[in-house]
Write a protein that binds this ligand. Sequence first.
Ligand code: ADP
Ligand code: MG
Length: 422
Amino acid sequence: MRDNLAHKFSSEILVASQKIIPTIASVSFSVDKNIDNPSNANVIDCVLEYKEITAKKKKEEIPGTEMVEGINSRIINSKYRLENFIVGPSNQLVHAAAEAVVRKPGNAYNPLYIYGDVGLGKTHILQATGNAIKERYKDKKVIYTTADRFLSDYIESVKKRTVDRMKEKYQSIDVLIIDDVQFLAGKDATQTVLYNIFNTLYENNKQIILSGDRPPKELTALEPRLQSRFEWGITVDIGIPDFETRLAILQEKARAREFILPQEVAEFIAYNLGANVREIEGVLNQIIAEYELHNTPPTIDNVARRLNKLSITDSLIGNSTKKMAASIKTYEELLDAVAGHFGIEKRHILGDDRKKENMIPRQVAMYLLKNRMNYTYERIGNIFSGRNHSAVLYSCKKLETILKKDQNLFYEINILRDKLGI
Ligand code: ADP
Ligand code: MG
């Protein structure tokens, strides 16, 4: 629960808290070790406490969803579409596979297994595929569920002694989508049921689409026969989007909210937030809330402050108002930091072998000593096992040429500089 809150809702909770107490700068989540103690005053019964909300929720019908009786299906969210899934090098295979499945459900890739880290768009592509199939083939029964829900379906049917009915129902659908199958780990009985359902659907050319946080082979807590079936069709991974893709995703999300995000702000966010698209969206939500509540349009400065508050990134690139870290004073500190940053030993930085993994950090260290700490070439030469002035000069110039082409290294050095306050 804690991880879930921290990953999915931290920015929403922060915004909500700030509406009550504007000075709240950040939120963190921890587990109360005393949670089991019934006299613990912090423990509340949500069902009692939020009776009205729970009752209202139950009554609410969600439009546009066909429920198959007895199946604990999650609602397919119609906002997830293949058309608004931004395609880049990190996910184009996944997108192409999904489109192929939509063209020929059950016949193209069966099962389609998608894996990747959280927040990279697995649920989006799964639901978008479900939506597309439903639109194209009106009579096909499409079910999207999470492994969690599948599990609770099973547990419920065991209690009610209706496991056979549950199986029949699942076996009668045309497209079965199960998200986050890693959560079936260790649930042997549930895996057996899924195995049976899988076989029937597969034999009848019904489409199965799955997602997980790792490839089937690495789902070691799953029965081997299930693991191997997951590999029968196509397995594709969804990677971390590159800068252009992140930028396009951000712009698409802003467009969907009809919010105008200045190009430079969008670029700033896309540069500084990397691995998790959900996080990028969270920041956008906050920017929009800020605009709606206080009429403050986003600028690089106020967005940078926001990211700092969320401590999403240690250091921000391209922002002039960033706080400087306490600066380092000695070359020893610099060498330690560069070695630590590149994960090599200090003696390799100081050495003179020509391995690339040592040469680049060595050049970086010289370059920073010269350009940021104002050491002379001679002094740097003395530190680096008595190299002469021109050898150091050559190394510094060499790095400058590399930096013109290698943007990643350039940003990495900036991050390092920020950390060191130089
Ligand atoms: P996962 O299920 O892999 O944890 P989600 O599908 O929930 O990730 O994605 C998190 C958010 O990021 C969603 O709102 C989703 O719409 C968005 N997202 C991720 N990748 C893309 C993409 N390529 N194009 C558009 N939105 C994306
Ligand atoms: Mg998901």
